[in-house]
Design a protein around this ligand. Structure first.
Ligand SMILES: Cc1ncc(C[n+]2csc(CCOP(=O)(O)OP(=O)(O)O)c2C)c(N)n1
Length: 517
């Protein structure tokens, strides 16, 4: 047991979660950066007892962290909501194998899309993958819930999702601090039926998954993570996450069923609570996840107007939700982001603008090349698509004036496979790797091509030029885009004329990092 402590600190949800995981004896943590989740690993890396890494992408991060759990130590994977899509392959089957030591999957959703390409609601993954979902409603709960998530993971032999949102991750409050509990590693035991998911074993494990779900349902009815806060009998709320905190502030006298263990649903608790109040209102952010389930139970409840499925909730919306009104947002002055002054990406976009080509884009600071004054990036769907869209668009328009653009971190994350595919399938075109020596969009994290670890320690540096040659590009050039405009323009013209598969690595460090070339 952790010793009682009177220490407190003013922490964000991500900081608190990291502290809680450290206290809970976490040994291995892996992630690829992504707002609003990035600070979780950054904070964990401050603890010497924890083996932390920036992995090359979320699938790799998930696998390394999960394997550490199979190996017998408490481990954690963290990502933003879209990062979970990349990790879905190992996630689905890890629910079949189960864990050895506790394994927590922290997913930070971004309602309102402050810095994301979509607004998906991770709670559905609980149903899809048949795994438990916990939802803290405050930074302090992020800390206590992560410890609980490790316990649930070990008790039920399953990975557990801890679902955060931007406001929980980034808002701050006083949080009580404790001591670390050191947990000895469990032995790595050979168990072929549990860990080798060939059909014969997986069929047996699927049965176990279904039985586990029933046990988790019983747990959901009993756990203190789902609590009734008795108040006025005339109005009761069923709420989770930040929605709970907002509605509680507005209607402090009401009764509450606060859901912290959102999935599997606690049907009996929900039924009893709904019966105990005259009017029952469900308040949740994004999708009608709770609402739809509660309605299938035949329970009469009021829920938000469908217009509230878009965007994040604000404390000011609570009255409208209770009264069934639509979402009305005061228009804010438009303040579009832009690339920084002095950003090395500007030169490439000024050349691309002059060329008038269709530029297949990707996700990073350079996505801002789509905005005026350059307006020279014409697609952006997911990480890696700067390379694959160049190929796919050219398959539709073999003579088309098309190029692709991708960042250094994004290329390592998921551009390499696209380049191998392009070479193998005889695609043409010029791919620009905008190598600013960091993952700038998310605040400047290291990645393999920087040659530095998460703790800024030197490590093997991935050589992008050699890598692209090995992938099969016909030409690979590296140029500093600053102060060499004529030379850069000439190189681009030559490579476009070559009708080959070319990569131009445009390399100059981001102005916000101190690193040398
Ligand atoms: C699957 C997924 N993971 C993480 C992110 C968050 N994210 C957006 S862009 C980016 C990387 C940007 O780095 P880089 O490609 O080097 O470009 P830069 O911003 O430095 O120009 C990351 C991690 C995301 N959008 N999608």
């Amino acid at each position: 047991m952790a010793k009682k402590s009177t220490k407190k600190a003013f922490l964000s949800g991500n900081e608190a979660l990291a502290y809680g995981a450290w206290e809970a004896g976490l040994k291995v943590a892996c992630a690829y950066p992504g707002t609003p989740s990035t600070e979780i690993l950054e904070n964990l890396s401050q603890f010497r007892e924890i083996d932390t890494q920036w992995s090359v992408n979320e699938k790799v991060a998930y696998e390394v962290a999960f394997a550490a759990s199979v190996g017998g130590v408490r481990s954690l994977f963290a990502c933003k909501h879209v990062g979970l899509n990349v990790a879905m392959d190992p996630l689905m089957t890890s629910c079949y194998t189960g864990v050895n030591a506790g394994f927590v999957v922290v997913v930070c959703d971004d309602p309102g899309m402050h810095s994301s390409q979509n607004e998906q609601d991770t709670r559905w993954v609980g149903i899809y993958a048949k795994m438990p979902v916990l939802e803290p409603a405050s930074p302090a709960e992020a800390k206590s819930f992560v410890a609980e998530a490790f316990r649930i993971s070990e008790r039920f032999d399953t990975p557990v999702i801890l679902r955060m949102t931007t406001r929980i991750s980034h808002s701050k409050e006083d949080v009580a601090l404790g001591e670390r509990t050191e947990i000895p590693a469990k032995p790595l035991e050979i168990d072929i039926r549990k860990y080798v998911m060939v059909p014969g074993n997986a069929r047996i494990r699927h049965e176990i998954v279904e039985k586990r779900l029933t046990k988790l349902k019983t747990f959901s009815e009993k756990t203190r993570l789902n609590t009734v806060e008795a108040g006025s009998k005339s109005l009761g709320f069923i709420a989770s996450s930040v929605a709970y905190s907002y509605v509680k502030e507005k209607y402090p006298q009401a009764s509450y069923l606060k859901l912290g263990f959102t999935y599997p649903f606690c049907d009996e608790k929900i039924r009893a609570f709904a019966k105990s109040v005259r009017q029952c209102v469900v308040v949740e952010e994004l999708d009608p996840f709770l609402e739809e389930h509660i309605k299938t139970l035949g329970i009469k409840c009021k829920a938000k107007h469908p217009s509230f499925r878009l965007g994040e909730l604000l404390p000011d919306f609570m009255e409208a939700i209770v009264e069934g009104r639509a979402r009305k947002v005061k228009p804010m002055k438009n303040r579009p982001p832009r690339m920084c002054s002095g950003c090395p990406h500007w030169t490439t976009f000024s050349i691309l603008k002059k060329m008038g080509f269709f530029v297949a884009g990707d996700i990073g600071c350079y996505t801002l090349g789509a905005l005026p004054p350059t307006s020279a990036l014409h697609s952006c769907v997911c990480m890696g698509a700067g390379v694959t869209f160049n190929e796919g668009l050219r398959r539709a328009h073999p003579e088309g004036k098309i190029v692709g653009v991708i960042g250094d971190s994004t290329f390592v994350h998921s551009g390499i496979t696209g380049l191998v595919n392009a070479a193998y399938n005889k695609a043409r075109g010029v791919i620009f790797i905008l190598d600013n020596r960091t993952t700038a969009m998310t605040g400047g994290q290291n990645h393999p091509a920087t040659g530095l670890t998460i703790r800024d320690e030197p490590t093997k540096e991935l050589d992008l030029k050699k890598l692209c040659e090995a992938c099969g590009a016909d030409y690979v050039d590296q140029i500093d885009p600053t102060g060499n405009l004529k030379e850069y323009e000439q190189l681009v013209a030559d490579r476009i004329a070559a009708d080959a598969l070319s990569v131009i690595i445009s390399r100059h460090p981001c102005k916000l990092i101190k690193r040398n070339m």
